[in-house]
Write a protein that binds this ligand. Structure first.
Ligand SMILES: Cc1cc2nc3c(=O)[nH]c(=O)nc-3n(C[C@H](O)[C@H](O)[C@H](O)COP(=O)(O)OP(=O)(O)OC[C@H]3O[C@@H](n4cnc5c(N)ncnc54)[C@H](O)[C@@H]3O)c2cc1C
Length: 369
């Protein structure tokens, strides 16, 4: 692709790769620029749990967006697997949320009929029923809520498949190209990196937590902030094989065969993406309290990522009302894996039809962008 691209995507995380795949399979010439390498930001640390009914309060905009995105997941995965020729591990076998206090148990007991009334398949489990659902839970856990529609995806595999699928449709990825400025010119946007200049009629900002550091002429910065998350990858023994995602008060556990992801810390540490002793101890203690048999698990890895937080915990998805052709898809905070399919859909609609309607709750205009 030596010609001017139709779209420049700034940031090759999960969101940028999902968008480049959607746009390029629809015929657009796409150029993706990343300051580092594809998938090296928050996405490489993601646990990949897809759980709108845990992450969001009932009937909130985040829950509605999350439920809509979860509904797109099967087709999203099927498409990328087919286009990339790669397997992306993905399950829809539910989450089991647990409570370790009377108040927590009462909350889950109250939530179950509310979700059922919304048409969400779920089951409240008292202490005995909880142990039938998951025999490995620790003695401190008093009750549980099984939400059957939830799922999980292996995000690193998903990002790689989206990258390979995008390449198959002619997308060009340039690594080590940190964008330093976006400027408006008649009919195009100009994107500058330390060494190069690129032009395209559409530019998509998918720079995750770093979006706030991306200067755009005449435009306030996108108000993202980094929220550090540390996560452990453990190798469980045969005696500690979980049946599905287990969600406790202080940590969650995501099993993939004998591998378990234990996450995650939520920290305000600026742009410092290093693992800490305190973070690892916190996760080890919480994981062992939730499932005592994990005391014998071995360590494979500590992952750290900077989630792209936003002031109201909702993403910014939509066109700038100041810079024609500029589109934001950032600030996905704790739910970038969940929201990737709907974000890619919305952005693709906007590129094809600038008048396309976007849910007001996620409009960048709420931050004067
Ligand atoms: C520990 C942890 C657990 C999580 N668990 C879950 C979960 O269970 N479920 C869920 O849905 N979500 C989860 N998340 C959140 C999810 O991972 C994020 O919301 C998602 O990865 C954000 O993707 P992104 O593409 O917006 O950002 P990133 O993955 O951070 O990608 C941004 C990219 O932009 C590039 N970039 C930055 N600045 C520039 C620039 N100036 N020029 C060019 N490129 C630039 C970076 O190099 C990076 O590659 C978790 C996050 C963490 C950290």
């Amino acid at each position: 692709m030596a010609t001017q691209p139709d779209v420049i995507v700034i940031g090759a995380g999960l969101i940028g790769c999902a968008i480049s795949h959607a746009l390029s399979r629809n015929g657009a010439q796409v150029l993706v620029l990343d300051a580092s390498a594809p998938g090296s930001g928050a996405s490489q640390a993601s646990a990949g749990v897809l759980c709108p009914h845990i992450e969001a309060v009932p009937d909130s905009p985040l829950q509605q967006l999350g439920v809509a995105s979860l509904g797109l997941y099967e087709q999203f995965i099927a498409r990328v697997q087919r286009d990339a020729g790669l397997d992306v591990p993905f399950v829809r076998d539910g989450t089991l949320e647990t409570a370790d206090s009377d108040e927590g148990a009462a909350h889950l007991a109250q939530l179950a009929p509310q979700l059922t009334a919304q048409g969400v398949a779920c089951t409240f489990a008292d202490g005995r029923a909880l142990r039938e659902l998951e025999p490995l839970v620790g003695d401190t856990q008093r009750a549980g809520l099984l939400i059957e529609t939830h799922g999980a995806v292996r995000v690193r595999d998903l990002v790689e498949a989206l990258r390979v699928a995008s390449l198959a449709f002619g997308t060009r990825f340039l690594e080590a190209e940190r964008v330093s400025q976006v400027s408006t010119r008649p009919g195009v946007l100009l994107v500058r990196t330390h060494a190069n200049r690129f032009e395209a009629p559409h530019v998509i900002v998918t720079a995750g937590a770093w979006s706030i550091r991306l200067p755009v002429d005449g435009q306030p910065a996108a108000p993202t902030h980094p929220v550090r998350g540390q996560l452990l990858r453990l190798q469980a023994t045969a005696a500690a094989m979980l049946r599905r995602v287990l969600w406790g008060r202080e940590c969650y556990l995501v099993p993939w065969g004998d591998e378990v992801l234990a996450g995650a810390t939520v920290e305000d540490a600026g742009f410092d993406a290093r693992a800490t002793v305190a973070g690892v101890i916190q996760l080890c203690s919480a994981a062992r309290a939730l499932v005592p048999a994990l005391a014998d698990a071995t360590f494979s890895e500590v992952r750290v990522g900077l989630r792209p937080g936003s002031p109201d915990a909702l993403p910014m998805i939509g066109a700038s009302h100041r810079a024609p052709g500029l589109i934001y898809a950032t600030g996905h905070h704790r739910n970038g894996a969940l929201l990737a399919p709907i974000t890619a859909d919305l952005v693709q609609r906007l590129v094809t039809d600038p008048g396309a309607t976007i849910p007001a709750a996620v409009s960048p205009s709420r931050f004067a962008l």
